[in-house]
Design a protein around this ligand. Structure first.
Ligand code: GDP
Length: 825
């Protein structure tokens, strides 16, 4: 290779050359000239000859060149502008950053201030520390108190603690300031060191004089401990699954107590379920159950049945049963000698009665017959007492003695007594009293009784009859014998070795002794100190007093005793049950009070005939509809009873509990209530006390004036077709205070609307002594001189019947509206 050799290169470029030594194999080497091609750069400003040359070389015209230069200049200007803008932005950002830094510093200073204050307080608290070590327990307590304080004072920690609370909603979580979270975190090692710009409380606490301050680790440990305590506490509570007893209604507070949860937590839980209830408000069992389950406890529903189960589930084994004395009630028409018979029996045969010994009236007593049989008599004659006791759930009587005066025969109350004892299914013994009286005719009594399906032995029946004279004392021993015989047939037995159960015969509030109840023990043995529940009351037997006035320690089956130690006065017929604890007794009593309250509220709704019938059908044991019939005349009564007996089908039939003539009385209502029967009034009405009693007890009274309507209704009820709608609506009562005779018009009654309203368009009935004597329409309804459409209760008005004149002072006008109801089959 030689130097003059044309260098290698490409045409057009401006090559720059250099030498490179090339090595070959076998040690040969060679130096070569290398051309480096340079990039052509056109510098516009320096147009110059080179530029012009280039221009020329490129073949670009002057005009074109000029245009290109301008474009280049414009681009340069844009570039400069952008640079300026960028510089300005950078500056702005810088300033912003500085401001933020300042802000942060400010905050840090504030925090430092808080930390300083805390430190000061802690120092103050720590000052009296040396002593506590001596006595350990109080020291521990104090220490806890002290440790708690700074935490409580620390807003961040407090908030964080709250954030850990179980009931915290998501919204609340969102509100948690970020700073707080960060402040919580410094415990995580050196993380805080990286955020040197920030001064957290922990840093501040640690940052000061380390020797005197609690270390970060200590604070961490404490927080950890607290967290563990909280979580642990919750876990522990959850572990205790309680059986929560739920009555049909319970207050929020009580529910919380029973679950051993905080009331607030329960209120919150209710709120989350959409129920706003304060702690004193009552919630129903269903709602309560939801809450109980939410808290992880178990629900135990306490219902009527449960309560009754708790105290009545004792089924006595046959071998535990021992004979007991029969309990006898004396019934009969007024003045036939009930009290006299009781007195006579008592005088001659009082149990272990010392001659002249003062006996005490406690509502019941025991006597021994000559052959040593013990008999318990209820000293509370009166059918209402008998039946109301039954209505209250106490079937006390084993045998009824029906007293009929031989000179008077069967009277309305005799019939009533028969109805009552038949309804109760209690055997009867007829005592034909006043045999000493001239004109006494026992056979007349016997035949009259036949009409009421009481067939005495003398008439080849099964009912025992004894002729007695309470006045002379004749036949009394025979009566006792008859009772003893009847008792033997009944084979009355009870288990004396169990928790006592009894029935209240009488109860009163005694000044000095407090509430006292005469209880007839029915099963088990009642002892001093026993805890019991009786109706809505409860107590502990403080003393037992027998019918002789002696204090006794115990009373077995069929023994009447006065019980002291009640918390309130029960009612006759309430059942007494001995229970294991006072808490149980209180619970049952409270529950019954609640139920009674509910029932009182529910009364008024009453039961309708078809409901009763439906119930009779549902209940397999009750395949009959009991009814009580009262009518205006004996003829109607008989006709209705006969018609009723024909009504019925395979499923259900009508049973007439009692039928009679005259107004519906309270006694009818109690009888109806005890058997869940409706009362049918045919052309008769209930008197005011009976009406009130019926309203109170929810006994249905239906009035009829056409026998076919009555039969139709009962038939329909029996086949379940009775419409629930009321055909006839009672709207008011008015009493005639004066009767005016106006020529051309006729008789007008000056009336006062005593109940409801009087409406001219309505139907009216004229009642005299609660018996319907006329039914029709009003001819006129006047208020002062004007004819009006309606007169309100308490106001006076003038009334006249269409086509009826026989109105009298004291008559009652019943106002009713009728509604036609299509009945389809
Ligand atoms: P109660 O209303 O059924 O309790 O009847 P009482 O016992 O008060 O008796 C009413 C009236 O009948 C009283 O004046 C008694 O003296 C009288 N009495 C009761 N039993 C007899 C009797 O066996 N013979 C006579 N002659 N009078 C009697």
């Amino acid at each position: 290779m030689s130097d003059d050799k044309k260098p290698l290169g490409l045409g057009g470029g401006r090559p720059s050359s250099g030498r490179v030594k090339q090595s070959f194999s076998h040690g040969r080497s060679k130096s070569v000239v290398v051309e480096k091609k340079r990039k052509r750069v056109i510098v516009p400003g320096k147009g110059g000859p080179a530029g012009a040359q280039a221009q020329k070389a490129a073949g670009i015209s002057d005009g074109e060149m000029e245009r290109r230069r301008k474009a280049l200049e414009a681009a340069q200007a844009q570039e400069a502008e952008r640079a300026a803008k960028e510089a300005a932005e950078t500056k702005e950002r810088e300033e912003e950053r500085a401001a933020r830094r300042r802000e942060r510093d400010e905050k840090a200073r504030e925090e430092e201030e808080i930390a300083r204050k805390l430190r000061e307080r802690e120092e103050e608290n720590n000052a009296p520390k040396p002593e506590p070590k001596a006595e350990e327990k109080p020291a521990a307590k104090k220490a806890v108190a002290k440790k708690d304080e700074p935490v409580a004072a620390d807003p961040a920690a407090a908030q964080a603690a709250e954030a850990r609370g179980p009931a915290r909603g998501p919204a609340a979580k969102r509100e948690t300031p970020r700073d707080d979270k960060k402040q919580q975190r410094p415990s995580k090692g050196g993380e805080d060191r990286r955020r040197s710009g920030k001064l957290t409380i922990n840093q501040a606490l640690r940052g000061g004089d380390g020797g005197r301050q609690r270390s970060l680790a200590s604070i961490k440990r404490k927080q950890e401990r607290q967290r563990r305590e909280m979580a642990g506490g919750q876990q522990e509570r959850e572990k205790v699954v309680r059986d929560v007893q739920l009555p049909p209604a319970i207050t929020v507070q009580e529910l919380a107590n029973r679950m051993a949860e905080k009331t607030n937590a329960v209120v919150k839980a209710l709120m989350t379920n959409g129920i706003m209830a304060t702690q004193n408000e009552t919630i129903d069992a269903d709602t309560a159950e939801l809450i109980v389950e939410e808290f992880g406890h178990k629900v135990v529903r306490v219902s009527d049945a449960d309560v009754e189960d708790a105290i009545q589930a004792i089924e006595d084994a046959p071998e535990t049963l021992q004979p007991r004395a029969p309990v006898i009630t004396i019934m009969g028409h007024v003045d036939h000698g009930k009290t006299s018979v009781l007195d006579a029996l008592r005088k001659t045969n009082v149990v272990s009665g010392e001659a002249g010994g003062i006996t005490q009236h406690i509502g019941a007593y025991q006597i021994t017959t000559d052959d040593g049989t013990l008999l318990s008599f209820l000293d509370t004659p009166g059918h209402a007492a008998f039946t109301s006791m039954r209505a209250r759930g106490a079937q006390v009587t084993d045998i009824v003695v029906l007293v009929v005066a031989a000179n008077d025969g069967v009277m309305p109350q005799t019939i009533e007594a028969i109805a009552h004892s038949k309804a109760a299914g209690v055997p009867m013994i007829v005592a034909i009293n006043k045999m000493d009286v001239v004109g006494a005719d026992p056979n007349r009594v016997r035949t009259e009784l036949l009409q009421h399906e009481v067939i005495v032995e003398g008439m080849s029946g099964e009912v025992q009859d004894v002729e007695i004279s309470a006045l002379n004392g004749t036949g009394l021993d025979k009566l006792l014998e008859a009772i003893a015989l009847q008792a033997e047939i009944l084979e009355l037995k009870a288990n004396p070795d169990r928790d006592a159960q009894g029935a209240v015969i009488e109860a009163k509030l005694d000044t000095g002794r407090g509430p006292v109840a005469t209880v007839l023990v029915q099963a088990g043995t009642l002892r001093k100190g026993d805890i019991f529940v009786v109706g809505e009351q409860f107590g502990r037997v403080r003393a037992l007093i027998n019918d002789q006035g002696d204090i006794v320690d115990e009373a077995g089956p069929s023994v009447p005793v006065e019980v002291l130690g009640l918390n309130g006065t029960p009612e006759a017929g309430d059942v007494l049950n001995v229970v294991e604890s006072e808490a149980k007794a209180r619970e049952i009593a409270d529950y019954r009070i609640g139920v009674a309250k509910d029932n009182r509220a529910a009364v008024g709704a009453g039961t309708t005939l078809d409901q009763l019938m439906a119930k009779a059908k549902e209940d397999e044991n009750v395949s009959e509809l009991p009814i009580v019939i009262k009518a205006d005349v004996q003829g109607s009564t008989e006709a209705i009873v006969q018609a009723m007996e024909k009504v019925g089908n395979d499923e259900v039939r009508v049973r007439v509990l009692h039928s009679g003539v005259g107004a519906i009385t309270e006694s009818d209502v109690t009888l109806a209530e005890a058997s869940g029967a409706p009362i049918i009034g045919f052309n008769v009405r209930a008197n005011a006390p009976a009406r009130n009693a019926a309203n109170q007890k929810g006994v249905e009274i239906r009035y009829y004036s056409i026998i076919y309507n009555l039969v139709d209704d009962i038939k329909a009820a029996a086949s379940g077709l009775l419409s629930a709608e009321i055909k006839e609506t009672f709207i008011g009562y008015a009493t005639i205070k004066e009767v005016f005779k106006i020529t051309g018009v006729g008789k007008i009654g000056g009336c006062e609307v005593t109940e409801g309203v009087a409406r001219r368009s309505a139907g009216v009935r004229l009642l005299r002594d609660n018996v319907v004597i006329h039914e029709g329409k009003l001819k006129t309804l006047k208020r002062f001189k004007d004819e009006v459409k309606e007169v309100q209760g308490g106001q006076e008005c003038g009334m006249a019947f269409e086509n009826y004149e026989d109105i009298r002072e004291g008559d009652v006008i019943e106002i009713f509206e009728t509604e036609e109801i299509e009945r389809s089959l």
